[in-house]
Design a binder for this molecule. Sequence first.
Ligand code: SAM
Length: 716
Amino acid sequence: MGWGRRRKGPSTTNQSEDSKEKVVKPLKSDVPFDSNIQTRTYSNVDFEEYYKEQRIVRTEEWDSFMEILRKPLPAAFRVNSNGQFCDEIRSILENDFVKSLQAEAIESGELEAIKPLPWYPKKLAWHSNFSRKEIRKNQTLERFHEFLKLETEVGNMTRQEAVSMLPPLFLDVHPDHFVLDMCAAPGSKTFQLLEIMHESSEPGSSLPNGMVVANDVDYKRSNLLIHQTKRTCTTNLMVSNNEGQHFPNKIAFDRVLCDVPCSGDGTLRKAPDIWRRWNSGSGNGLHSLQVVLAMRGLSLLRVGGRMIYSTCSMNPIENEAVVAHILRRCGCSVELVDVSDMLPQLIRRPGLKKWKVHDRGGWYTSYKDVPKSQRDGVLKSMFPSGKSDKDYEDIASDESAEEEVCDLPLERCVRILPHDQNTGGFFIAVLHKVSPLPEIQEKLIQRRNRNSSEKPQESVEEIVVEEASSENGLKPPEKESTSKEGTIELAQELDNKRKAWKGLDPVVFLRDEAVIDGIKTFYGIRDESFPLHGHLVTRNSDTSSKGSVKRIYYVSSSVKHVLELNSAAEHKIKIASVGLKMFEKQSAKECEANSCSFRITSEGLPVILPHMTKQILYATMVDFKNLLQYKSIKFHDFVLPEFGHKAAELAPGSCVVVLVDGIQKLESEAVRVNSSTIAIGCWKGKASLTVMVNAVDCHQLVQRLSDRQMSMNLTT
Ligand SMILES: C[S@@+](CC[C@H](N)C(=O)[O-])C[C@H]1O[C@@H](n2cnc3c(N)ncnc32)[C@H](O)[C@@H]1O
């Protein structure tokens, strides 16, 4: 609301007496000459007036609601359930930091310094009563800060707002699900979705059959996501840069997370600058985009699938109004799910059934009161009844004078308010697709009538996908190419479309048989255990000027399938990143005869190790720790000479050193790899073994191994 741009309030327009009564007086900032410049950082008169009017809390709660909004948000973090040290980290939190930070908590008037979030499974998510700023600045908290920093950097923990952890939990993701995260960046929920998907798979067992497509229109924010999700070491992720509302309708997803762009006033405690900028226009301005994103999400959802619509805003125009509108559009084909039995420890409020709409002209309780001049910005879908002028004509005037109440079961929506459990504000609606959307059904009937004599009967689901596909010019592939030949054809086709997306290199299946066979032979990888053909991809940017490949990524069968669909659909999905970087070319100088020029990357190691039968060394703790500490050790300098001999005998080049418990296991041909196996990538040179792990990971590993030894000493 800028200076000199005020419009007339509705009370000055030509309206009936009835409607005048229902128009609430304008906000203070709409009154002429009342400055909208906020002098205090933590207040905004418009905000207060708006939410009082919307009655998002009871009058007697108002002060506690406002009080907590002015307090910094406590830090929250999650332990990565797939991390190698998950149990250790949880135990350090429970047994060390809960006690050692307690004195600090008492001093600052809190009962507990850190505690597990009661509603998050397996004590994996924690809440600290200190804000992120306090943790950074306070000296006593320094050790805790260092711990959080290091474990976050190596991927064992993730800092994430408590409320932002909710949508992936409500989504109920299984390992075989195809999941679309429509507005995914910077990616904390994508990370969590992948964790949930991988949770039940042990290293060595097959990769999950499902996958996550993490889409965001903003490529810069997507880079944050790519960086953040690197730590999950997943082969089951594709990152794309499409507009969510135009996401190609080729794949029917089992789950869709629609965490839409919003005004974000639920994050006031974390981002206090919102106090200064807040106005009701932001929510109104986003409503239409939120609706189209949610509608697209539902059309991409397979029948029987679940979608979460979520925002970090408290504004009903971005929340209940959007949900009500999409429910009205979808009729009986979509249900709002009652999730009151999920996460019983979570304190939540029901969705609102009544709200009003505000713009620069003032407040409106129903669409018929909105002057024509304001109707560009105030839409009928923003109101509880969603009625148009025509609809109002059909109802008796005394009935239409009543305050609008939405007749949909919006109480099933989940509202999280900051003062209920010391969090940010959040909104979640869980939607279940019962049948194809009415718009699709309509087309289906028309088409059946047209083609009934010519075409064999198709299943509804096929037609939903096809129907949606034709909208985007997408056609199903003739058949899935699984053979080497098929892969080569696909790669050639992809090559022909190199310029498909400006600024993004196309994904190309690796077809160099010599490279693939070289890798398989050198590391002893058998096709029946871990097929490489058809699963290795690269990009132009990962190819040298002479055409030789520098980086090779591994994609799961699910991702491979989507790549093939996308290829058949003329690359409508704009792929920013795909799969897991597994092999990287070493410079010619480092590669000797009998060696493979591709080393295994740190992120690829956990995935490929269970399938390797060659280039593995087994080290005891002392030599393993020495390697981490000194980075490079001559063969004859290892504490256990036998280990040095084995290292000397190994083929030169990339290898893996696995930590084993006792000397007797050094002989073992293959240590069974499980989630607790500790291994590092190394390079076997002429006279020494060199660690190929970055300094931070080395430091963290030494730290964890020391902790482990210390706790073992204590128990013996
Ligand atoms: C609330 S944030 C998402 C946060 C994310 N889900 C997470 O947990 O880290 C909304 C995101 O939507 C993206 N966005 C905005 N308009 C979009 C559109 N039309 N299609 C897809 N993404 C969009 C923004 O770039 C932003 O990253």
